[in-house]
Design a protein around this ligand. Structure first.
Ligand SMILES: Cc1cc2nc3c(=O)[nH]c(=O)nc-3n(C[C@H](O)[C@H](O)[C@H](O)COP(=O)(O)OP(=O)(O)OC[C@H]3O[C@@H](n4cnc5c(N)ncnc54)[C@H](O)[C@@H]3O)c2cc1C
Length: 260
C-alpha cells in the first residue's frame, strides 16, 4: 500500500444508489467492454479431478464454464465456502456489531433539506446511520447483539428518529367543540399496526395508545379556535402497515362544562 492504513488520499466519499450504480456498471460492461451478462441461479458447482472449479450449473439450465471464477455470492459463499470448503473466518472478537435494523423515514415536507453527508451517531452498543436520499432518509442501527437485545436496539433507533417517522395532519379546531379521532375501524377505517395518536399544538394536548386492542382512539375538546396537529405514530413495528383515520366533529359545543 502506498499510504498508511486508514489514511486515504481523499478526505471525502460519495453516496451512490447501489441499485442504480449496479445497472450503470452492467450497461457499461455489456455495451462497452463486451461482457456477457447471464442472470441465473447457481445450483451446482462442477470441479475437475484436481478439485478446481470448471463450471457452474444453474436453475435456468444454463451451464457456465470457465478458467477463473470469482465468488460474489456474499454470505452464501457458494464457491469459496460450500464448493471449496474454505471456512468462514469470524472477526467477532474485534468487530462487535453483527446485527442491523434499517428503516425508511419520510421527509416531513417535500422541500426539507437533504443532508449531503452521512450522520453517524454512537449508541450504547453500536451506532446509527442516517443517510439523506432525494425522496427519504435511510436510517438504521447497527449493533452488537451480545451487548444489547433487538427490542432495546429498536427503542434506541426509535428514540433517535423521534417524531420524524410519524404521520402528521393538521385540522382547524373550534373552541370548546369536541372532536374524535379513531384508528379502531369503528367508522370504516382502522389500522394494521400498533398505533398511537396525539393532538399537539407545540405541546401534547391529548394522547392515546391502546383504546381498542393495539389501536388508538381520542376524544378531544379544542381549548381554543386554531390549528392543531394530529400525530399518528407506531408503538412497536415502526411505520409498517396502513391506516385510515376516522374523524368525527361533534355537533355539541361544551361551554363551562355544560353541553350547549
Ligand atoms: C442494512 C445494510 C446497509 C448497508 N449500507 C451500506 C452502505 O451504505 N455502504 C456500503 O458500502 N455498504 C453497506 N452495506 C454493506 C454492503 O451491502 C455489503 O458489504 C455488500 O453488499 C456485500 O457485497 P457482496 O457482493 O459480498 O454480497 P451481496 O451484496 O450479499 O451479494 C451476493 C449476491 O449473490 C447472489 N446469490 C446468492 N446465491 C446465489 C445463487 N445460488 N445463484 C446466483 N446468485 C446468488 C445474491 O442474490 C446477491 O445478489 C450495508 C449492509 C446492510 C445489511
Amino acid at each position: 500500500m502506498a499510504t498508511p492504513e486508514y489514511e486515504g488520499q481523499a478526505n471525502y466519499a460519495y453516496h451512490l444508489d447501489a441499485g442504480k450504480f449496479s445497472h450503470f456498471l452492467q450497461r457499461h460492461c455489456c455495451e462497452t467492454l463486451g461482457v456477457r451478462h447471464v442472470r441465473a441461479d447457481v445450483t451446482d458447482v462442477r470441479k475437475d479431478e484436481s478439485g478446481d472449479i470448471v463450471g457452474l450449473d444453474t436453475e435456468q439450465g444454463i451451464a457456465i464454464d470457465g478458467d477463473l471464477f470469482v465468488d460474489c455470492t456474499g454470505f452464501a459463499a457458494l464457491l469459496i465456502g460450500k464448493a471449496m470448503g474454505v471456512p468462514f473466518r469470524s472477526c467477532a472478537d474485534t468487530l462487535f456489531c453483527d446485527t442491523a435494523l434499517a428503516i425508511q423515514v419520510p421527509y416531513a415536507q417535500p422541500d426539507d433539506p437533504i443532508a449531503s453527508h452521512t450522520l453517524s451517531t454512537a449508541q450504547s452498543a453500536g451506532w446509527i446511520w442516517d443517510i439523506g436520499l432525494p425522496t427519504r432518509r435511510g436510517v438504521g442501527h447497527v449493533f452488537s447483539s451480545s451487548h444489547i437485545d433487538v427490542d432495546a436496539a429498536e427503542r434506541e433507533l426509535r428514540a433517535y428518529i423521534g417524531p420524524a417517522g410519524d404521520w402528521t395532519f393538521t385540522f382547524a379546531g373550534e373552541a370548546m367543540r369536541a372532536y374524535e379521532f379513531s384508528l379502531c375501524g369503528d367508522g370504516g377505517g382502522g389500522a394494521t399496526f400498533d398505533t398511537t395518536v396525539a393532538i399537539e399544538d407545540g405541546g401534547t394536548l391529548a394522547f392515546n395508545d391502546d383504546s381498542c386492542g393495539l389501536q388508538s382512539h381520542l376524544e378531544f375538546t379544542a381549548p381554543y379556535t386554531g390549528t392543531f396537529t394530529i400525530r399518528v405514530g407506531s408503538y412497536h413495528d415502526e411505520y409498517q402497515g396502513t391506516f385510515l383515520l376516522d374523524y368525527r366533529k361533534s355537533d355539541v359545543i361544551f361551554r363551562n362544562g355544560y353541553d350547549g
